[in-house]
Ligand binder design. Structure first.
Ligand code: ADP
Ligand code: 5GP
Length: 189
């Protein structure tokens, strides 16, 4: 039997599109998937923990890491910097694990150039109204932030064609099952 292959998995969507919900479930259900905790200059939200949701760092430290070549990809998203550790990606794959990342579309373009074997998934909300409702109901962002995120959502949709799969995140359970099935098929090809 052919050995399983391991690759990065990117989940993208506009803010509020369901990336965190989907990633959490994939991690719960698949023991060969590890989450790559990104570095960011964004301040933590009330519920977020350093080292778990993100590594929260200063802009100075972020730029040092950029200059030291420590990010496999990085981008400025909604006025803050976000980046993925090159070392974490290398270590996961070396240890025969898929490495799961929550990236914006700019970061995805950079990663796909370097690692074309990546499985990339873009989640669409069922509608703009539903996206707005989910952002408001999540209760994590103020009005100004929600407005910026809704404007950015339309720009992000324009990049959806670069992904392997796009799914409408209407029924969360169906979306999760489709992604897990894709991971399994690609791993054994
Ligand atoms: P993101 O990580 O992309 O910003 P979240 O996973 O935080 O998005 O989802 C935004 C909000 O929408 C959360 O409150 C989440 O519980 C909710 N949500 C996600 N997917 C669905 C879905 N399919 N149906 C209803 N609510 C959802
Ligand atoms: P949030 O601040 O809501 O957690 O994330 C904002 C945006 O940053 C989302 O689109 C998310 O996908 C993106 N993001 C999170 N981590 C990274 C990363 O390491 N690199 C890139 N390029 N984008 C990221």
């Amino acid at each position: 039997m052919k050995d399983k292959t391991y690759f990065p998995i990117i989940i993208s969507s506009p803010s509020g599109g369901g990336k965190s919900s989907v990633c959490d479930e994939i991690l719960d259900r698949c023991d060969d998937v590890i989450y790559s905790v990104s570095y960011t200059t964004r301040p933590p939200r009330e519920t977020e923990k350093d080292g778990v949701d993100y590594h929260f760092i200063s802009e100075k430290r972020f730029m040092e890491m950029v200059n030291n070549g420590q990010f496999i990809e990085w981008a400025n998203v909604h006025n803050f910097y976000y980046g993925t550790s090159l070392q974490v990606v290398k270590d996961c794959l070396k240890n025969k694990k898929h490495v799961l990342m929550d990236l914006d579309t700019e970061g995805t373009k950079q990663l796909l150039k370097k690692m074309p074997e990546t499985l990339s998934v873009f989640l669409f909300p069922p509608s703009m109204k539903e996206l707005e409702d989910r952002l408001r109901n999540r209760n994590t962002d103020n009005e100004e932030t929600i407005k910026i995120r809704l404007v950015n959502a339309r720009k992000e949709f324009a990049d959806a064609w670069i992904y392997d799969i796009f799914l409408i995140n209407d029924n969360l359970e169906e979306v999760i099952q489709k992604i897990i099935k894709k991971i399994k098929i690609k791993s054994s090809n």
